[in-house]
Design a protein around this ligand. Structure first.
Ligand code: GDP
Length: 446
């Protein structure tokens, strides 16, 4: 599903056709692949219109190439299509915690019950499984096999037809045994189109066991048809979450995910295979990053973050030079981190608006080598916040402590503080010059 997008991103980032043409081609490819993954056509066009609009109205940050910026926009908007920043809460906030699973027969409900039990067992919880699917004769046996395989107790009543009673007695038994997470596999109706009966039954069992969470299991192969089912479920249950199974076996997964996300329901996990560990926590951003190519997306996001840090530093320096702020060692620290990847320290000064015309800056003195930078970062890591904010309090004994803590020499600590003092002096000088220039400009009425 959507597998071709990774190649499309690569081609877009490294291709030789003109930017406009590349954007046009990419958008066409995106539309084609989303529609063939069964995403609703209206959703697809509203997504690509949004992308085009952002391209028109937003500008890439300095240092970010526009091709990378474009992919960042695609990443954002695709993530929104699949649920945005919504990250499901998978670790329960109370113990004991009862999860009730509902779903149409054949969707993978019983398998998912086992997968969930395994997921929580691995996280260290004491888990119990209750088999209350009375419609499918083999469901209990299947659950018992799964339970045995993963070492989780299963409660069931072979031959008993009263699902509500089984669920109630199973939950009570596990509660008395101090189980922490209890997963109830309930009756699944036949076939898609039986949602009304499914939701009705859900209500009865719900009333009997009062679960902390109700999870609807949906088969990805129903594609965008998942919308109706998910929205009815979402309205019926305030504590509802959704698991979409068989993401591995269908081309329509994109349709199911986007349709469910559009209802506002939370997708908690996706099933990606028949095996017991093939269950993934669903995080829209991570999911989209993988579709688009994890490596490329991570590189672009990291670059954007660096530039943001850099911009922050630049603003701070502007404030310091214009007299609105004070430079602390903490700023020097942030600056060193931001500049590590962005280039030499002196660049900062060159980039400050209006500074270029102020004449030469003692550039050589402000350059810091990689080795020294590493030492200084270690030193600053060993300082207290008080020392970082107010370096003048660092006396001999503090220096000794800092050097010891950072595995450096007192000389190194001294050198860093001298560097800080030099920066202070430089800033004073820049402030003076700025005033001179302003005075000069003032004389010309500028
Ligand atoms: P139930 O009737 O809803 O309880 O469905 P089952 O748990 O018996 O699952 C029906 C079939 O779907 C079984 O063959 C499972 O192995 C298979 N299945 C369940 N989840 C997944 C999944 O995530 N991927 C794949 N490929 N198969 C799955």
């Amino acid at each position: 599903m959507l597998d071709n997008l990774r190649d499309a991103v690569r081609k877009f980032l490294t291709g030789s056709s003109s930017y406009d043409k590349a954007v046009e081609d990419f958008i066409k490819e995106l539309q084609k692949s989303l529609i063939s993954a069964d995403v609703n056509v209206k959703l697809v066009f509203s997504l690509t219109n949004k992308i085009k609009e952002r391209l028109k109205n937003e500008k890439p940050p300095t240092y970010i190439e526009r091709r990378e910026w474009f992919i960042k926009i695609v990443y954002d908007e695709l993530s929104n299509l699949f649920g945005g920043d919504k990250e499901p809460k998978v670790i329960p906030d109370k113990i004991p915690y009862v999860i009730m699973l509902v779903g149409v027969q054949g969707t993978g409900k019983t398998t998912t019950a086992g997968k969930l039990a395994y997921f929580y067992k691995k996280k260290g919880f004491k888990v119990g499984l209750v088999g209350a699917d009375v419609y499918r004769p083999a469901a209990l046996e299947q659950l018992q096999q799964l339970g045995q395989q993963i070492g989780v107790p299963v409660y069931g009543e072979p031959g008993e037809k009263d699902a509500v009673g089984i669920a109630k007695r199973g939950v009570e038994k596990f509660l008395s045994e101090k189980m922490e997470i209890i997963i109830v596999d309930t009756a699944g109706r036949h076939g898609y189109g039986e949602e009304a009966a499914l939701l009705e039954e859900m209500k009865n069992i719900y009333e009997a066991i009062k679960p902390d969470e109700v999870t609807l299991v949906i088969d990805a192969s129903i594609g965008q048809k998942a919308y109706d089912l998910a929205s009815k479920f979402n309205q019926a249950s305030k504590i509802g979450t959704i698991i979409i199974t068989k993401m591995d076996g269908t081309a329509k997964g994109g349709g199911a995910l986007s349709a469910v996300a559009a209802t506002g329901a939370t997708i908690k996990f996706i099933g990606t295979g028949e095996k017991i560990d093939e269950l993934e926590v669903f995080n829209p951003r991570r999911f989209v990053a993988r579709i688009l190519g994890m490596g490329d997306i991570e590189t672009i996001l990291e670059k954007i973050k660096e530039v943001e840090n850099y911009d922050k530093m630049q603003k701070k320096m502007e404030e310091v030079i214009s007299g609105k702020g004070k430079l602390t060692l903490r700023d020097v620290y942030n600056q060193l981190i931001a500049l590590r990847k962005m280039g030499p320290l002196s660049k900062l000064f060159q980039l400050l608006p209006g500074i270029g015309m102020l004449g030469q800056i003692p550039e050589d003195q402000l350059k810091v080598g990689e080795e020294k930078m590493r030492k200084w970062l270690a030193i600053m890591n060993s300082m207290t916040y008080e020392e970082l904010d107010n370096p003048s309090i660092i006396d001999k004994s503090r220096m000794r402590r800092i050097a010891l803590g950072s595995g450096t020499e007192i000389e190194d600590v001294k050198e860093l503080i001298e560097h800080y003092n030099l920066m202070q002096r430089t800033i004073k000088m820049l402030k003076r010059r700025k005033k001179d220039v302003e005075k000069l400009l003032g004389q010309f009425g500028g």
